[in-house]
Design a protein around this ligand. Sequence first.
Ligand code: 5IU
Length: 484
Amino acid sequence: MATPMMTCFQERVEQVIERLHDVDAVKFGNFTLKSGIQSPVYFDLRVMISHPDIMVEVSKLLWDKISTSKFDSLCGVPYTALPIATLMSAANDVPMLIRRKEAKGYGTNKLIEGKFKEGDSCFIVEDVVSSGSSILETAQSLSSSGLVVKEAVVLLNREQGGVEKLDANGIVLHSVFTMTDVLNVLSKRGKMKPDMVTTVAEYIAANKFQPNKEILSAKPKINDVLKYSERAAMCTNELSRRLFGIMDKKKSNLALSADVTSSKELLQLVDKTGPHVCMVKTHVDILEDFNQEVVEKLTSLAAKHNFVLFEDRKFADIGNTVMHQYSGGVYHISEWADLINAHAVPGPGVIHGLKKIGASKGRACLLIAEMSSSGNLAKGSYSQDTVKMAEENKDFVIGFICVSKVSSDPTFLHMTPGVQLEAGKDNLGQQYLTPSEVIGNRGSDIMIVGRGIYQAQDPALAAKQFQIAGYDAYMARMAEAMIV
Ligand code: 5IU
Protein backbone atom coordinates (compact mmCIF):
# COMPACT_ATOMS: atom_id res chain seq x y z
CA MET A 1 0.00 0.00 0.00
CA ALA A 2 1.26 3.49 -0.81
CA THR A 3 2.38 5.62 2.13
CA PRO A 4 0.75 9.07 2.47
CA MET A 5 4.03 10.68 1.35
CA MET A 6 4.18 8.56 -1.79
CA THR A 7 0.56 9.31 -2.55
CA CYS A 8 1.23 13.00 -2.16
CA PHE A 9 4.25 12.78 -4.47
CA GLN A 10 2.20 10.81 -6.97
CA GLU A 11 -0.57 13.39 -6.87
CA ARG A 12 1.94 16.18 -7.52
CA VAL A 13 3.43 14.22 -10.45
CA GLU A 14 -0.04 13.83 -11.97
CA GLN A 15 -0.75 17.53 -11.58
CA VAL A 16 2.51 18.44 -13.29
CA ILE A 17 1.79 16.08 -16.18
CA GLU A 18 -1.61 17.73 -16.62
CA ARG A 19 -0.10 21.22 -16.43
CA LEU A 20 2.51 20.26 -19.04
CA HIS A 21 -0.30 19.13 -21.30
CA ASP A 22 -2.23 22.37 -20.71
CA VAL A 23 0.74 24.49 -21.81
CA ASP A 24 1.41 22.33 -24.91
CA ALA A 25 4.62 20.79 -23.59
CA VAL A 26 2.97 17.45 -24.43
CA LYS A 27 1.05 17.27 -27.67
CA PHE A 28 -0.79 14.52 -29.49
CA GLY A 29 -1.18 14.30 -33.26
CA ASN A 30 1.14 13.26 -36.05
CA PHE A 31 4.74 14.42 -35.70
CA THR A 32 7.98 13.68 -37.53
CA LEU A 33 10.81 13.45 -34.99
CA LYS A 34 14.41 14.55 -35.61
CA SER A 35 15.26 10.88 -36.18
CA GLY A 36 12.69 10.71 -39.02
CA ILE A 37 10.36 8.49 -36.97
CA GLN A 38 6.63 9.32 -37.08
CA SER A 39 5.27 9.82 -33.57
CA PRO A 40 1.72 10.41 -32.25
CA VAL A 41 3.14 12.20 -29.19
CA TYR A 42 5.51 15.14 -29.02
CA PHE A 43 7.25 16.60 -26.00
CA ASP A 44 8.54 20.15 -26.01
CA LEU A 45 9.56 20.61 -22.40
CA ARG A 46 11.39 23.85 -23.25
CA VAL A 47 8.06 25.71 -23.04
CA MET A 48 8.25 25.21 -19.25
CA ILE A 49 10.56 28.23 -18.97
CA SER A 50 7.58 30.46 -19.78
CA HIS A 51 5.68 29.07 -16.78
CA PRO A 52 7.57 29.76 -13.54
CA ASP A 53 5.05 27.80 -11.45
CA ILE A 54 5.80 24.64 -13.48
CA MET A 55 9.55 25.25 -13.30
CA VAL A 56 9.41 25.54 -9.51
CA GLU A 57 7.24 22.44 -9.07
CA VAL A 58 9.39 20.40 -11.49
CA SER A 59 12.54 21.39 -9.63
CA LYS A 60 10.90 20.34 -6.34
CA LEU A 61 9.83 16.96 -7.72
CA LEU A 62 13.31 16.31 -9.09
CA TRP A 63 14.81 17.28 -5.74
CA ASP A 64 12.41 14.99 -3.85
CA LYS A 65 13.58 12.12 -6.06
CA ILE A 66 17.23 12.59 -5.15
CA SER A 67 17.23 14.15 -1.70
CA THR A 68 18.36 10.93 0.00
CA SER A 69 21.43 10.62 -2.28
CA LYS A 70 24.77 12.13 -1.30
CA PHE A 71 26.57 14.46 -3.71
CA ASP A 72 28.70 17.61 -3.73
CA SER A 73 27.16 19.44 -6.66
CA LEU A 74 24.47 19.46 -9.33
CA CYS A 75 25.01 19.86 -13.07
CA GLY A 76 22.13 20.55 -15.46
CA VAL A 77 22.46 19.37 -19.07
CA PRO A 78 22.03 22.41 -21.39
CA TYR A 79 19.65 23.97 -22.10
CA THR A 80 16.27 23.33 -20.42
CA ALA A 81 17.75 21.51 -17.43
CA LEU A 82 20.13 24.40 -16.69
CA PRO A 83 17.53 26.70 -15.10
CA ILE A 84 15.90 23.70 -13.40
CA ALA A 85 19.24 22.74 -11.80
CA THR A 86 19.66 26.40 -10.79
CA LEU A 87 16.32 26.34 -8.93
CA MET A 88 17.26 23.07 -7.20
CA SER A 89 20.66 24.44 -6.26
CA ALA A 90 19.33 27.70 -4.83
CA ALA A 91 16.40 26.18 -2.94
CA ASN A 92 18.51 23.50 -1.29
CA ASP A 93 21.82 25.31 -0.92
CA VAL A 94 23.76 22.81 -3.05
CA PRO A 95 26.49 24.20 -5.35
CA MET A 96 26.06 23.92 -9.06
CA LEU A 97 28.47 23.28 -11.95
CA ILE A 98 27.99 24.16 -15.59
CA ARG A 99 29.42 22.08 -18.39
CA ARG A 100 30.27 24.34 -21.31
CA LYS A 101 28.60 23.26 -24.52
CA GLU A 102 30.85 25.41 -26.70
CA ALA A 103 34.62 25.58 -26.18
CA LYS A 104 35.70 29.10 -25.42
CA GLY A 105 38.97 28.67 -27.31
CA TYR A 106 40.62 31.44 -25.25
CA GLY A 107 41.47 32.26 -21.66
CA THR A 108 41.37 29.27 -19.36
CA ASN A 109 39.48 27.11 -21.90
CA LYS A 110 37.80 25.44 -18.94
CA LEU A 111 35.25 22.76 -19.70
CA ILE A 112 33.48 22.90 -16.37
CA GLU A 113 32.55 26.20 -14.74
CA GLY A 114 32.18 26.34 -10.97
CA LYS A 115 34.29 25.31 -8.02
CA PHE A 116 35.16 21.66 -7.37
CA LYS A 117 38.06 19.41 -6.48
CA GLU A 118 39.16 16.10 -7.93
CA GLY A 119 37.00 13.25 -6.60
CA ASP A 120 33.94 15.44 -5.84
CA SER A 121 30.66 13.77 -6.75
CA CYS A 122 28.27 15.45 -9.14
CA PHE A 123 24.61 14.65 -9.80
CA ILE A 124 23.38 15.27 -13.35
CA VAL A 125 19.95 16.87 -13.94
CA GLU A 126 18.12 16.51 -17.26
CA ASP A 127 14.58 17.25 -18.49
CA VAL A 128 14.05 14.30 -20.82
CA VAL A 129 16.03 11.17 -21.63
CA SER A 130 15.66 8.91 -24.69
CA SER A 131 18.79 6.88 -25.40
CA GLY A 132 20.84 8.47 -22.61
CA SER A 133 23.51 9.91 -24.95
CA SER A 134 23.37 13.54 -23.73
CA ILE A 135 23.65 12.50 -20.09
CA LEU A 136 26.52 10.17 -20.97
CA GLU A 137 28.34 12.90 -22.86
CA THR A 138 27.92 15.29 -19.91
CA ALA A 139 29.10 12.58 -17.50
CA GLN A 140 32.20 11.98 -19.63
CA SER A 141 33.04 15.68 -19.66
CA LEU A 142 32.62 15.86 -15.89
CA SER A 143 34.67 12.74 -15.22
CA SER A 144 37.45 13.85 -17.56
CA SER A 145 37.71 16.92 -15.30
CA GLY A 146 38.11 14.71 -12.23
CA LEU A 147 34.50 14.59 -10.99
CA VAL A 148 32.72 11.38 -10.04
CA VAL A 149 29.29 10.83 -11.62
CA LYS A 150 27.23 7.95 -10.31
CA GLU A 151 23.66 9.22 -10.57
CA ALA A 152 21.42 11.34 -12.78
CA VAL A 153 17.83 12.49 -12.47
CA VAL A 154 15.39 13.22 -15.24
CA LEU A 155 11.83 14.54 -15.37
CA LEU A 156 10.64 12.35 -18.25
CA ASN A 157 12.04 8.94 -19.16
CA ARG A 158 10.96 8.09 -22.70
CA GLU A 159 11.74 4.41 -22.01
CA GLN A 160 13.99 4.10 -25.05
CA GLY A 161 17.09 2.54 -23.54
CA GLY A 162 18.43 5.46 -21.50
CA VAL A 163 18.25 3.61 -18.17
CA GLU A 164 20.07 0.57 -19.58
CA LYS A 165 22.70 2.56 -21.45
CA LEU A 166 23.54 4.65 -18.40
CA ASP A 167 23.50 1.60 -16.14
CA ALA A 168 26.06 -0.06 -18.43
CA ASN A 169 28.23 3.00 -17.81
CA GLY A 170 27.88 2.91 -14.04
CA ILE A 171 25.24 5.66 -13.77
CA VAL A 172 21.91 5.14 -11.98
CA LEU A 173 19.09 7.08 -13.62
CA HIS A 174 16.15 8.26 -11.49
CA SER A 175 13.06 9.57 -13.23
CA VAL A 176 10.02 11.45 -11.99
CA PHE A 177 7.75 9.92 -14.63
CA THR A 178 7.81 7.83 -17.79
CA MET A 179 6.06 8.08 -21.11
CA THR A 180 3.64 5.37 -19.91
CA ASP A 181 2.81 7.50 -16.83
CA VAL A 182 2.00 10.45 -19.13
CA LEU A 183 -0.38 8.29 -21.13
CA ASN A 184 -2.03 6.82 -18.04
CA VAL A 185 -2.49 10.16 -16.29
CA LEU A 186 -3.81 12.06 -19.30
CA SER A 187 -6.22 9.32 -20.32
CA LYS A 188 -7.43 8.95 -16.71
CA ARG A 189 -8.01 12.70 -16.50
CA GLY A 190 -9.93 12.74 -19.78
CA LYS A 191 -7.33 14.75 -21.68
CA MET A 192 -7.06 12.29 -24.58
CA LYS A 193 -9.59 10.82 -26.99
CA PRO A 194 -9.89 7.00 -26.62
CA ASP A 195 -8.51 6.28 -30.11
CA MET A 196 -5.46 8.48 -29.36
CA VAL A 197 -4.89 6.53 -26.12
CA THR A 198 -4.69 3.32 -28.20
CA THR A 199 -2.42 4.89 -30.85
CA VAL A 200 0.01 6.26 -28.25
CA ALA A 201 -0.01 3.00 -26.26
CA GLU A 202 0.88 1.09 -29.44
CA TYR A 203 3.60 3.59 -30.26
CA ILE A 204 5.11 3.29 -26.77
CA ALA A 205 5.04 -0.51 -26.95
CA ALA A 206 6.63 -0.56 -30.42
CA ASN A 207 9.42 1.82 -29.43
CA LYS A 208 10.10 0.57 -25.93
CA PHE A 209 13.63 -0.60 -25.27
CA GLN A 210 13.66 -4.38 -24.98
CA PRO A 211 17.17 -5.57 -24.20
CA ASN A 212 16.48 -9.27 -24.53
CA LYS A 213 14.82 -8.96 -27.90
CA GLU A 214 17.67 -6.80 -29.17
CA ILE A 215 20.39 -9.09 -27.86
CA LEU A 216 18.84 -11.93 -29.83
CA SER A 217 18.30 -10.01 -33.03
CA ALA A 218 21.29 -7.68 -33.19
CA LYS A 219 24.62 -8.94 -34.41
CA PRO A 220 27.35 -7.06 -32.58
CA LYS A 221 29.81 -5.31 -34.84
CA ILE A 222 33.02 -7.26 -34.46
CA ASN A 223 35.50 -4.48 -33.73
CA ASP A 224 33.04 -2.91 -31.29
CA VAL A 225 33.25 -5.90 -28.97
CA LEU A 226 36.87 -6.93 -29.46
CA LYS A 227 39.31 -5.54 -26.95
CA TYR A 228 42.54 -3.87 -28.10
CA SER A 229 44.49 -6.87 -26.80
CA GLU A 230 42.32 -9.26 -28.83
CA ARG A 231 42.76 -7.18 -31.95
CA ALA A 232 46.52 -7.02 -31.36
CA ALA A 233 46.62 -10.80 -31.43
CA MET A 234 44.75 -10.84 -34.78
CA CYS A 235 47.19 -8.50 -36.57
CA THR A 236 49.87 -9.87 -38.84
CA ASN A 237 51.54 -6.48 -39.28
CA GLU A 238 54.10 -5.98 -36.53
CA LEU A 239 53.44 -2.24 -36.10
CA SER A 240 49.64 -2.56 -35.76
CA ARG A 241 50.14 -5.36 -33.26
CA ARG A 242 52.49 -3.13 -31.27
CA LEU A 243 50.12 -0.18 -31.46
CA PHE A 244 47.07 -2.11 -30.20
CA GLY A 245 49.33 -3.45 -27.43
CA ILE A 246 50.30 0.10 -26.40
CA MET A 247 46.64 1.23 -26.46
CA ASP A 248 45.75 -1.67 -24.18
CA LYS A 249 48.66 -1.15 -21.79
CA LYS A 250 48.46 2.64 -21.53
CA LYS A 251 44.64 2.77 -21.68
CA SER A 252 44.96 5.40 -24.36
CA ASN A 253 43.45 5.89 -27.81
CA LEU A 254 44.86 9.39 -28.05
CA ALA A 255 47.26 10.58 -30.75
CA LEU A 256 48.82 13.97 -30.10
CA SER A 257 49.14 16.09 -33.23
CA ALA A 258 52.25 18.03 -32.22
CA ASP A 259 51.92 20.87 -34.75
CA VAL A 260 54.31 23.35 -33.15
CA THR A 261 57.01 25.12 -35.10
CA SER A 262 60.09 25.08 -32.84
CA SER A 263 62.06 21.95 -31.96
CA LYS A 264 62.40 22.93 -28.33
CA GLU A 265 58.67 23.41 -27.98
CA LEU A 266 58.02 20.14 -29.80
CA LEU A 267 60.29 18.09 -27.55
CA GLN A 268 58.95 19.69 -24.36
CA LEU A 269 55.35 19.14 -25.46
CA VAL A 270 55.98 15.50 -26.37
CA ASP A 271 57.82 14.78 -23.12
CA LYS A 272 55.01 16.30 -21.03
CA THR A 273 52.14 14.60 -22.83
CA GLY A 274 53.95 11.32 -23.62
CA PRO A 275 52.49 9.35 -20.66
CA HIS A 276 48.94 9.92 -21.98
CA VAL A 277 49.28 9.08 -25.66
CA CYS A 278 49.62 5.97 -27.78
CA MET A 279 50.96 8.00 -30.71
CA VAL A 280 52.58 11.30 -31.60
CA LYS A 281 51.87 12.74 -35.01
CA THR A 282 54.30 15.23 -36.49
CA HIS A 283 54.57 17.62 -39.43
CA VAL A 284 58.37 17.93 -39.47
CA ASP A 285 58.22 20.29 -42.41
CA ILE A 286 56.68 23.03 -40.24
CA LEU A 287 59.67 23.08 -37.88
CA GLU A 288 61.67 26.27 -38.39
CA ASP A 289 64.85 24.69 -36.98
CA PHE A 290 64.68 21.08 -38.12
CA ASN A 291 67.83 18.98 -37.78
CA GLN A 292 68.56 15.28 -37.39
CA GLU A 293 69.09 15.68 -33.66
CA VAL A 294 65.38 16.54 -33.25
CA VAL A 295 64.25 13.22 -34.69
CA GLU A 296 66.82 11.35 -32.63
CA LYS A 297 65.39 12.99 -29.50
CA LEU A 298 61.86 12.28 -30.68
CA THR A 299 62.63 8.58 -31.12
CA SER A 300 64.18 8.49 -27.61
CA LEU A 301 60.99 10.04 -26.23
CA ALA A 302 58.95 7.46 -28.16
CA ALA A 303 60.94 4.73 -26.41
CA LYS A 304 60.77 6.47 -23.02
CA HIS A 305 56.98 6.91 -23.09
CA ASN A 306 56.12 3.95 -25.32
CA PHE A 307 54.28 5.54 -28.23
CA VAL A 308 54.30 5.23 -32.03
CA LEU A 309 55.70 8.06 -34.18
CA PHE A 310 53.54 9.08 -37.12
CA GLU A 311 54.74 11.60 -39.70
CA ASP A 312 51.61 13.10 -41.29
CA ARG A 313 53.34 13.59 -44.67
CA LYS A 314 50.29 12.74 -46.85
CA PHE A 315 52.27 11.38 -49.80
CA ALA A 316 50.33 11.95 -53.02
CA ASP A 317 52.64 11.44 -56.00
CA ILE A 318 53.63 8.59 -58.33
CA GLY A 319 55.50 5.66 -56.81
CA ASN A 320 58.96 6.71 -57.97
CA THR A 321 58.67 10.22 -56.55
CA VAL A 322 57.26 9.19 -53.17
CA MET A 323 60.16 6.73 -52.74
CA HIS A 324 62.56 9.69 -52.79
CA GLN A 325 60.33 11.89 -50.67
CA TYR A 326 60.06 9.12 -48.08
CA SER A 327 63.70 8.08 -47.87
CA GLY A 328 65.67 11.17 -48.87
CA GLY A 329 65.55 14.95 -48.97
CA VAL A 330 66.17 16.82 -45.76
CA TYR A 331 63.96 14.75 -43.49
CA HIS A 332 64.78 11.06 -44.22
CA ILE A 333 61.33 10.21 -42.91
CA SER A 334 61.70 6.45 -43.39
CA GLU A 335 64.64 6.46 -40.94
CA TRP A 336 62.58 7.50 -37.93
CA ALA A 337 58.80 7.53 -38.54
CA ASP A 338 57.04 4.28 -37.65
CA LEU A 339 53.95 5.32 -39.54
CA ILE A 340 53.20 7.55 -42.53
CA ASN A 341 50.07 8.26 -44.55
CA ALA A 342 49.19 8.65 -48.21
CA HIS A 343 46.39 9.86 -50.41
CA ALA A 344 44.90 7.21 -52.68
CA VAL A 345 44.47 9.65 -55.55
CA PRO A 346 47.59 8.51 -57.53
CA GLY A 347 46.44 4.84 -57.46
CA PRO A 348 48.22 1.83 -55.89
CA GLY A 349 51.62 2.95 -57.24
CA VAL A 350 51.93 5.37 -54.33
CA ILE A 351 51.65 2.46 -51.87
CA HIS A 352 54.04 0.26 -53.86
CA GLY A 353 56.68 3.02 -53.92
CA LEU A 354 56.40 3.64 -50.18
CA LYS A 355 56.37 -0.08 -49.42
CA LYS A 356 59.66 -0.54 -51.31
CA ILE A 357 61.35 1.78 -48.85
CA GLY A 358 59.41 1.14 -45.64
CA ALA A 359 58.43 -2.54 -45.49
CA SER A 360 61.90 -3.90 -44.75
CA LYS A 361 62.29 -1.34 -41.92
CA GLY A 362 59.06 -2.51 -40.22
CA ARG A 363 57.22 0.69 -41.17
CA ALA A 364 53.55 0.96 -42.15
CA CYS A 365 51.14 3.31 -43.86
CA LEU A 366 47.60 4.68 -43.45
CA LEU A 367 45.43 5.66 -46.41
CA ILE A 368 43.38 8.84 -46.23
CA ALA A 369 39.86 7.55 -46.86
CA GLU A 370 38.11 10.65 -45.53
CA MET A 371 39.10 14.07 -44.22
CA SER A 372 37.79 16.23 -41.41
CA SER A 373 37.72 19.55 -43.28
CA SER A 374 34.47 20.94 -44.63
CA GLY A 375 33.89 20.61 -48.38
CA ASN A 376 36.63 17.97 -48.83
CA LEU A 377 36.27 15.62 -51.79
CA ALA A 378 37.26 12.35 -50.07
CA LYS A 379 33.80 10.78 -49.86
CA GLY A 380 31.47 8.25 -51.47
CA SER A 381 33.04 6.02 -54.10
CA TYR A 382 36.47 7.64 -53.61
CA SER A 383 36.47 6.53 -49.97
CA GLN A 384 35.19 3.06 -50.89
CA ASP A 385 37.91 2.62 -53.56
CA THR A 386 40.51 3.73 -51.00
CA VAL A 387 39.36 0.97 -48.64
CA LYS A 388 39.66 -1.57 -51.47
CA MET A 389 43.19 -0.36 -52.18
CA ALA A 390 44.07 -0.85 -48.52
CA GLU A 391 42.62 -4.36 -48.53
CA GLU A 392 44.79 -5.25 -51.51
CA ASN A 393 47.92 -3.98 -49.72
CA LYS A 394 47.39 -5.22 -46.17
CA ASP A 395 51.05 -6.08 -45.71
CA PHE A 396 51.90 -2.35 -45.63
CA VAL A 397 48.62 -0.47 -45.16
CA ILE A 398 47.33 -0.87 -41.59
CA GLY A 399 44.37 1.46 -41.55
CA PHE A 400 42.78 4.76 -42.42
CA ILE A 401 42.46 8.39 -41.65
CA CYS A 402 38.70 8.77 -41.65
CA VAL A 403 35.79 10.36 -39.83
CA SER A 404 33.51 7.30 -39.87
CA LYS A 405 33.88 3.54 -39.74
CA VAL A 406 34.97 2.63 -43.28
CA SER A 407 35.90 -1.03 -42.77
CA SER A 408 34.70 -3.82 -40.48
CA ASP A 409 38.06 -5.63 -40.60
CA PRO A 410 39.21 -5.61 -36.94
CA THR A 411 42.88 -5.56 -37.93
CA PHE A 412 42.47 -2.18 -39.66
CA LEU A 413 42.88 0.95 -37.53
CA HIS A 414 40.52 3.88 -37.89
CA MET A 415 42.13 7.19 -36.93
CA THR A 416 40.13 10.41 -36.77
CA PRO A 417 41.41 14.00 -36.73
CA GLY A 418 39.24 17.02 -35.90
CA VAL A 419 38.63 16.26 -32.21
CA GLN A 420 38.06 18.68 -29.34
CA LEU A 421 36.25 18.19 -26.04
CA GLU A 422 33.41 20.24 -27.54
CA ALA A 423 32.10 20.03 -31.10
CA GLY A 424 32.67 23.07 -33.33
CA LYS A 425 34.93 24.38 -36.08
CA ASP A 426 37.89 26.68 -36.67
CA ASN A 427 37.78 29.54 -39.18
CA LEU A 428 39.62 27.60 -41.91
CA GLY A 429 37.27 24.69 -42.43
CA GLN A 430 38.41 22.28 -39.71
CA GLN A 431 35.39 20.54 -38.14
CA TYR A 432 35.52 19.18 -34.61
CA LEU A 433 33.72 16.23 -33.08
CA THR A 434 33.88 15.09 -29.45
CA PRO A 435 35.74 12.00 -28.17
CA SER A 436 32.45 10.28 -27.37
CA GLU A 437 31.14 10.93 -30.88
CA VAL A 438 34.37 9.81 -32.59
CA ILE A 439 35.22 6.77 -30.47
CA GLY A 440 31.80 5.94 -29.00
CA ASN A 441 29.31 6.60 -31.77
CA ARG A 442 31.41 6.46 -34.92
CA GLY A 443 33.54 3.52 -33.82
CA SER A 444 36.93 5.05 -34.60
CA ASP A 445 39.97 3.58 -32.82
CA ILE A 446 42.27 6.55 -32.35
CA MET A 447 41.42 10.23 -32.01
CA ILE A 448 43.98 12.75 -33.23
CA VAL A 449 44.10 15.95 -31.20
CA GLY A 450 46.25 18.99 -31.94
CA ARG A 451 45.18 22.42 -30.74
CA GLY A 452 42.88 20.94 -28.09
CA ILE A 453 46.10 19.90 -26.33
CA TYR A 454 49.03 22.09 -27.35
CA GLN A 455 47.06 25.34 -27.10
CA ALA A 456 45.67 24.44 -23.66
CA GLN A 457 47.08 26.27 -20.67
CA ASP A 458 48.32 22.96 -19.29
CA PRO A 459 48.91 20.55 -22.22
CA ALA A 460 49.71 17.60 -19.93
CA LEU A 461 46.41 18.04 -18.09
CA ALA A 462 44.52 18.48 -21.37
CA ALA A 463 46.16 15.30 -22.73
CA LYS A 464 45.08 13.47 -19.60
CA GLN A 465 41.51 14.74 -20.03
CA PHE A 466 41.42 13.57 -23.64
CA GLN A 467 42.95 10.24 -22.65
CA ILE A 468 40.21 9.66 -20.07
CA ALA A 469 37.42 10.89 -22.36
CA GLY A 470 38.63 8.69 -25.24
CA TYR A 471 39.12 5.61 -23.11
CA ASP A 472 35.75 6.09 -21.37
CA ALA A 473 34.09 6.35 -24.78
CA TYR A 474 35.81 3.11 -25.86
CA MET A 475 34.62 1.34 -22.70
CA ALA A 476 31.10 2.73 -23.17
CA ARG A 477 31.12 1.50 -26.77
CA MET A 478 32.12 -1.98 -25.67
CA ALA A 479 29.44 -2.00 -22.95
CA GLU A 480 26.79 -0.80 -25.39
CA ALA A 481 27.76 -3.41 -28.00
CA MET A 482 27.15 -6.04 -25.33
CA ILE A 483 23.64 -4.70 -24.57
CA VAL A 484 22.33 -3.81 -28.02
N1 5IU B 1 44.47 16.46 -40.22
C1 5IU B 1 43.20 16.95 -40.08
N2 5IU B 1 42.20 16.51 -40.91
C2 5IU B 1 42.43 15.59 -41.89
C3 5IU B 1 43.76 15.08 -42.01
C4 5IU B 1 44.73 15.53 -41.16
O1 5IU B 1 42.91 17.78 -39.23
O2 5IU B 1 41.50 15.20 -42.59
I1 5IU B 1 44.15 13.73 -43.43
C5 5IU B 1 45.56 16.91 -39.36
C6 5IU B 1 45.87 18.38 -39.44
C7 5IU B 1 46.43 18.66 -38.08
C8 5IU B 1 45.67 17.72 -37.16
O3 5IU B 1 47.80 18.28 -38.08
O4 5IU B 1 45.26 16.63 -37.99
C9 5IU B 1 44.46 18.31 -36.50
O5 5IU B 1 44.83 19.38 -35.69
P1 5IU B 1 43.80 20.20 -34.73
O6 5IU B 1 43.27 19.21 -33.66
O7 5IU B 1 44.64 21.29 -34.16
O8 5IU B 1 42.69 20.72 -35.60
